[in-house]
Design a protein around this ligand. Structure first.
Ligand SMILES: [Zn+2]
Length: 70
């Protein structure tokens, strides 16, 4: 198992809540897989399973707003 790739998503809500999450891809001679996204403290995130995990929707837990994703 080796470290192959990573992607970081940042979330910023208009109410001031911010958080970021880093996903890591592990590879082996049999293929690779992405680590499961951990639950976030400030945002409720639905992940889309694809070649690279992407965000289907995200909601701020504090105000219910939709954060800007960077
Ligand atoms: Zn908010």
């Amino acid at each position: 198992m080796g470290f192959v790739d990573s992607v970081t998503y940042g979330f910023a809500c208009k109410c001031g809540a911010t958080e970021s999450i880093k996903l890591v891809e592990y590879g082996s001679s049999y293929g690779s897989r992405w680590s499961d996204p951990k639950p976030m403290k400030n945002f409720e995130v639905k992940w889309a399973r694809g070649f690279v995990p992407s965000i289907q929707s995200a909601t701020c837990k504090k105000c219910g707003g939709t954060p800007t994703i960077t």
